[in-house]
Design a binder for this molecule. Structure first.
Ligand SMILES: *[C@@H]1O[C@H](CO)[C@@H](O)[C@H](O)[C@H]1NC(C)=O
Ligand SMILES: *[C@@H]1O[C@H](CO)[C@@H](O)[C@H](O)[C@H]1NC(C)=O
Ligand SMILES: *[C@@H]1O[C@H](CO)[C@@H](O)[C@H](O)[C@H]1NC(C)=O
Ligand SMILES: *[C@@H]1O[C@H](CO)[C@@H](O)[C@H](O)[C@H]1NC(C)=O
Ligand SMILES: *[C@@H]1O[C@H](CO)[C@@H](O)[C@H](O)[C@H]1NC(C)=O
Ligand SMILES: *[C@@H]1O[C@H](CO)[C@@H](O)[C@H](O)[C@H]1NC(C)=O
Length: 413
């Protein structure tokens, strides 16, 4: 089916005093900053994270080719991945833990049967399969309180009847472009369902349809380790200027090539920028080149690439290169440290404490595929990202922005 499935107080004050656009009621600070929770699945393996990433990539390619009909059984559960990022909106007095997903666009709750909304009066059904889970839900309309002051009125959302693949969470808040909702409303498969971002903009709650995503690397510390900003970019989280790349519908997908230590390992490939995938997935041949250049071996126990201390000292920069909207060549880099799987979590994925695993996996697809690569959390934990729908026009191709953060060069792993 369709979807392939410490903001500083100072900055807050500056925004509220100098940056309140006329559309925003009261003294609400813009952008709205919403904390992101990090869930770690301590009983999974690296294999599962690879499997989920590959299943998502397959589902992206299906949606890209307009194949909204094939209802394939999910290959893996989304929450089998080692890390999932969630936010906690309140609907009808209930607090829900929803996966933050820029790779899909429907918002729904009720994965846990004990935490569902009252059945609605409408008989409209929504079905979404993600390659890594699926949901059948009734379409209802309700207001969604993301945080105080940031309330989406009359949001059409799914109230699950049955779902598969969402252990430990209540559903998804979809931040992908609205086109990805096409085919999910069973009564009218041509229809799209306005997303949370679309409604916030249409209702004048946010001055522009911009979502900023800031994620910190996965460490053993505070599970609140990221934030979303609604209606603008949180410049306090960036250490450099934003660079914008044209995205291609129906995804947040940009054209990138990649080099490792100056050697091209990926020719220009369409990459989905996806908060719903843990790892960094490269086309098969690029993955093989990366493995050859790093000398890594594929570890059978975890399913991840593994390197020795000697190979670690030899690891160099992995750069993603693209042409920005001004026609300039730009690159965003993963330092050697950023290419390491967080060592604090080695044992959670089936490895041992002193192993050194890498965050790169094979996408199971070639560079020539419609979509060959996923820039997942591993990339986003080192780079601020903004997802912009120009003029709030759902028909317009969006823009993805990147900026460096204090974590770009951090040695946390
Ligand atoms: C964690 O992953 C395991 C293994 O894939 C899976 O069975 C389990 O449901 C997941 N747990 C949660 C809370 O997501
Ligand atoms: C919702 O639940 C989360 C996690 O338990 C908690 O951190 C948050 O404060 C709750 N939010 C509200 C509005 O109750
Ligand atoms: C929400 O729907 C109600 C009932 O149709 C309507 O009166 C109200 O104006 C809507 N609110 C917004 C913000 O669109
Ligand atoms: C969105 O609005 C905010 C607040 O007015 C502003 O700072 C920002 O530049 C705007 N962003 C875009 C992409 O228009
Ligand atoms: C990139 O494209 C060139 C020209 O087609 C080809 O020779 C080269 O092998 C490709 N490199 C990679 C890493 O795919
Ligand atoms: C270090 O990297 C270079 C080039 O990437 C490679 O030729 C060499 O074999 C590597 N050495 C080790 C110890 O891995």
């Amino acid at each position: 089916m369709a979807a392939a499935c410490s903001f500083s107080l100072f900055a807050l004050l500056v925004f509220s005093v100098t940056n309140v656009p006329p559309l925003v009621r009261g003294l609400s600070p813009v952008p709205f900053i919403v904390p992101v929770q990090r869930l770690v699945n301590t009983s999974t393996t690296g294999h599962n994270s690879v499997k989920v990433g590959q299943a998502r990539l397959q589902a992206f390619n299906k949606a890209r080719s307009g194949d909204f009909a094939a209802s394939v059984p999910p290959a893996a559960s989304l929450t089998d991945q080692i890390v999932t990022f969630t936010i906690n909106p309140v609907v009808d007095g209930k607090n829900f833990s929803l996966i933050v997903d820029t790779g899909s666009s429907n918002t729904w709750v009720g994965a846990n049967p004990e935490n569902r909304l009252q059945p609605g009066l409408s008989l409209d059904l929504i079905e979404v399969t993600y390659g890594s889970g699926a949901v059948l839900a009734e379409a209802i309309e309700d207001s969604v309180d993301i945080v105080p002051g940031l309330v989406v009125e009359n949001q059409s959302l799914g109230n699950a009847i049955a779902s598969e693949g969402f252990d430990g969470v209540d559903g998804i808040m979809g931040f992908g472009p609205v086109d990805l909702t096409e085919g999910t409303l069973l009564a009218d498969t041509e229809a799209t369902i306005p997303t949370v971002m679309d409604n916030l903009f249409a209702q004048g709650t946010i001055p522009n349809e911009t979502l900023g995503v800031f994620l910190a690397p996965t460490t053993e510390e505070d599970p609140v380790n990221g934030e979303l900003s609604f209606g603008g970019i949180d410049t306090s989280k960036a250490t450099g200027p934003m660079t914008f790349f044209q995205s291609t519908l129906p995804f947040w997908a940009i054209s990138q090539s990649a080099t490792f230590g100056g050697t091209t390992i990926m020719n220009t490939t369409t990459c989905v920028v996806d908060t719903g995938t843990t790892l960094l997935l490269l086309p098969d041949d690029s993955f093989t080149s990366y493995q050859d250049l790093t000398g890594a071996t594929l570890d059978a126990t975890t399913g991840l690439l593994s390197i020795t201390e000697a190979q670690l000292s030899n690891l160099t920069t992995l750069s993603f290169i693209g042409t920005d909207i001004n026609g300039e060549t730009q690159h965003f880099d993963l330092t050697p440290n950023a290419q390491l799987f967080p060592r604090a979590f080695n044992t959670e994925i089936g490895g041992s404490a002193d192993d050194i695993f890498l965050i790169t996996a094979s996408s199971g697809s070639t560079a020539a595929s419609s979509i060959g690569c996923i820039m997942g959390q591993s990339f986003l934990q080192r780079t601020y990202a903004a997802f912009v729908t120009p003029d709030g026009d759902p028909g317009a191709a969006g823009i993805v922005g990147f900026a460096t953060t204090p974590f770009t060069d951090a040695t946390t792993n």
